[in-house]
Design a protein around this ligand. Structure first.
Ligand code: FRU
Length: 485
């Protein structure tokens, strides 16, 4: 196995750059058996700067192959976030019908403004050429960024959703060829909302689970600060997109994730219809506490999550589930069924290598005030994933999770509303060295948090506080590293 990727906090089944800084996922597009992942990257250092597009590909959404940097900062213009499409009809003329181009649509940041620019590749994203007549959209605006483009079949044209970030206005444009864009409509601003910025919008249609083929659209956007758990985070609106305008069902948005570390998710374009999934990935970090204690790289992506909509407590909610491909990383398994956890007693889970884990637990609520699991536990450290049925909440508490002192805003407890149905609660948890991702009640709620436990803190414990809880079932797998075997 390679010597690298063995650092103390290095995630073992999440995507991380080998070296240096990373932020948002960019240009997610599926083509010819490969999921492309581009990302905001500083090739020259371990903090934000010189923004360029790093690049990796995967055939299974688990294992990633690093490729050379796709788009470099040049002539004082940084390559900010954006998307990529396969122009299969060669509408742009950058390729041919026999060899259609992959086209990146990104924000050029420099010289006091942000514009929308193009680059193309004729060899599956391996080499890129910037369009000589960039920019293709220039409003002379300092905060105009993060274009997400897709082909809209009913109106036979490209649609771009892009943000006037500081004004909190999302714009929709249409184009026949990716080069000429016409403004179609605007969404926002979000009332008297004073939280900074709307960034990295995405818009797509999702199936409603349990319906007769019904769908709705969601519009997702990320705010730079003031989100539910503090700092940056994502929100979404449910509604309809008619090819021109997004009509929200209500002006009230919902939170994408209740932890602090899931930002700027965007979804893969061009996943084949036979597959039919909408899959996204987010930056597992928060702008407020972005300088996490890792080197020689910084940041991690989340695991890929498949999306749908489902009615939860009387209204539609975005459902996120880990993609099924991750199941192939499962190693040694531990199973328990029907265990009574007595009040104020803890059940340690023994000898698993417990820093890379997948856990699926179902609990039956009885008289306990609180129950759940402690992971990455040592004598003085633990990360608590708990449920408090009385106040209908699920939470992650990372107050004493390890190194929390690198930023005042880092330690804390992040709670989300959770309703108990038929007396039961289901938790699906991924622990990977320096992160926890919690999917509660089949993806209805997610909480994503980075943690920095010391290497010796590898315990996993079930607990119940002030009363008993019945564990209906538990499955725990050690997950294999995607970098070493
Ligand atoms: C979001 C963001 C984007 C921008 C990029 C720059 O995290 O601020 O709006 O394009 O990062 O790196």
């Amino acid at each position: 196995s390679p010597w690298y990727y063995r650092e103390q906090f290095r995630p073992q089944f999440h995507f991380t750059p080998e070296l240096n800084w990373m932020n948002d996922p960019n240009g997610l597009v599926y083509h010819d058996g490969e999921y492309h992942l581009f990302y905001q990257h500083n090739p020259h250092g371990n903090k934000w700067g010189h923004m360029s597009w790093g690049h990796a590909v995967s055939r299974d959404l688990c294992h990633w192959e690093h490729l050379p940097i796709a788009l470099h900062e040049e002539y004082g213009t940084m390559i900010f976030s954006g998307s990529a499409v396969v122009d299969s009809k060669n509408t742009s003329g950058f390729g041919t019908l026999e060899n259609p181009p992959m086209v990146a649509i990104y924000t050029g940041n420099g010289h006091g403004k942000q514009t929308q620019d193009l680059a193309y590749s004729l060899d599956n994203g391996r080499h890129w050429t910037k369009y000589s007549e960039n920019p293709v959209l220039d409003l002379d605006e300092a905060h105009f960024r993060d274009p997400k483009v897709f082909w809209h079949t009913p109106s036979k044209r490209w649609i771009m959703v892009v943000s006037l970030a500081a004004k909190k206005i999302i714009q929709f444009y249409g184009s026949p060829n990716l080069k000429d864009w016409t403004l179609l409509s605007e969404f926002g601003p979000a009332g008297v909302d004073t939280k900074p910025n709307w960034e990295c919008p995405d818009v797509f249609e999702l199936p409603i689970e349990g319906s007769d083929g019904e769908t709705r659209w969601i519009l997702e956007a990320d705010i730079g600060g003031g989100s539910i758990a503090g700092g940056s985070g994502g929100e979404y609106f449910i509604g309809e997109f008619d090819g021109t305008t997004f009509h929200a069902d209500t002006q009230d948005s919902q939170w994408v994730d209740y932890g602090r570390d899931f930002y700027a998710p965007i979804s893969w374009d061009n996943i084949p219809e036979e597959d039919g999934r909408r899959i996204w990935i987010g930056w597992m970090n928060n702008w407020e506490t972005a300088l996490v204690p890792t080197s020689p790289w910084r940041s991690s992506m989340s695991i890929p999550r498949a999306l749908s909509l489902r009615e939860v407590d009387g209204s539609l909610r975005l459902i996120q589930r880990p993609v099924r491909e991750l199941q192939k990383l499962r190693g040694q398994e531990l199973e328990l069924t029907d265990v009574r956890i007595d009040g104020n007693q803890a059940v340690p889970l023994g000898s698993l290598n417990s820093r890379q884990l997948e856990i699926i637990a179902e609990f039956e609520v009885s008289d306990a005030e609180e129950f759940g699991l402690r992971v990455c536990e040592g004598p003085d450290e633990r990360t608590v994933i708990g449920v408090r049925p009385g106040s209908s909440e699920v939470f992650v508490d990372r107050t004493v999770s390890g190194d929390v002192n690198f930023h005042l805003a880092f330690p804390g407890r992040h709670a989300a509303p959770l309703s108990v149905k038929n007396g039961r609660v289901q938790l699906h948890i991924f622990v990977d060295t320096s992160s926890v991702e919690v999917f509660a009640n089949n993806g209805a709620i997610t909480i994503t948090d980075r943690i920095f436990p010391s290497e010796a803190s590898d315990g996993v414990t079930l607990y119940s506080k002030d009363g008993a809880t019945r564990l209906v079932s538990l499955q725990v797998w050690e997950l294999n590293s995607i970098w070493h075997n």
